[in-house]
Write a protein that binds this ligand. Sequence first.
Ligand SMILES: Nc1ncnc2c1ncn2[C@@H]1O[C@H](COP(=O)(O)OP(=O)(O)OP(=O)(O)O)[C@@H](O)[C@H]1O
Ligand SMILES: [Mg+2]
Length: 267
Amino acid sequence: MTAALAVRGATKRFGAVLALDGVDLEVQHGEVVAVLGDNGAGKSTLIKCISGVHRLDSGTIEIDGQPANITSPAAAQAHGIETVYQDLALFDNLGPSANFFAGREQSGPAWLPRPLRVMRRRSMADATVDVLERLQVSLPDRAAAVGLMSGGQRQVIAVARAAAFASKVVILDEPTAALGLRESRRVLDLILRLRAEGHAVIVISHAMDHVTEVADRAIVMRRGRAVGEEVPSPESQQRIVALIVGTAAEPADSTNTNRTTSPGPPV
Ligand SMILES: Nc1ncnc2c1ncn2[C@@H]1O[C@H](COP(=O)(O)OP(=O)(O)OP(=O)(O)O)[C@@H](O)[C@H]1O
Ligand SMILES: [Mg+2]
C-alpha cells in the first residue's frame, strides 16, 4: 500500500537546536496518526516542514509515492496538504464563506462585469454550504462573522476549511486545546469523518483521551526524534506516557530522571 504521506529522515536545525533528528513518518489514506511529545519535542517543527512553513535541512517527503518538493505553504497546498495551526488564523470580521475562500477568491478577474463577480461570490457561498453539509457541521448562522462565534464553532470552521481544500492530507495542531466537552466532541467527530472520506490525518495533541478516541496510531517524539509508536488504547496509555517523558525503558517509578511528571496541556 502506498502511503498518502511519507516523511523520511527529516532533519531540521535552528542554530544550535536540532529540532528534528532523522524523523520518519508514514500516514495512509483513511488513517489518523497522532503525533505526541512533550513541549519542545519537535512536533510543530515536523508539521511545519510538511506544510511548507519551514524547509527540511535534509530528508524527503513523498505524496502518494511521488517525491514532493515542498518549498512553501502554497507548494504544500498544491500537493493536497492543508494545515490548521493552533491559532487558526481566521478573519474575525468575515463569515465562514469568506474565510473558506480567503486567499483563493473566485471573484474572477477585474474585467469581469460586476454581476458575474456577484455570481462567483454566490458560488463560493454555495460551495461553503456544501462542505458544511457534507461534514454535517451545523452552525446557528452560516453568514455570521466568525469573530462572533464560539471557540468550538471557529475550530470546526477552520477544520472544515482544511477539509474542503485538502485532497490528501489534513494536519491539525492541537485541534481541541481550550475547547469544552461538547465543542471537542464536534471537532473529534469531524476528524472521524475526514478519516471516513479517505483523508490522511495528522493530529498533534496533548489530550490523551482524544488521541485514544480518534487516532489509529500514535508516534511519540522526544528531543527531535521519533522514539516510539503505539496503537492508542486505555491499555497502551501508560506506555505512551513513558515514551513521552523518556522513562519507557525504566520502571514507572524510576527516580533517576528529572522529568517525572506526566505531560499536561502547555501552560
Ligand atoms: N523558528 C524557530 N527558531 C528557533 N528555534 C525554534 C523555532 N521553532 C522551534 N524551535 C525550537 O525547536 C524545538 C522544537 O520546537 P517545536 O515547536 O517543534 O516543539 P513542539 O513539540 O511543537 O512543542 P509544544 O508542545 O510546546 O508545541 C524547540 O527547542 C524550539 O525552541
Ligand atoms: Mg508545538
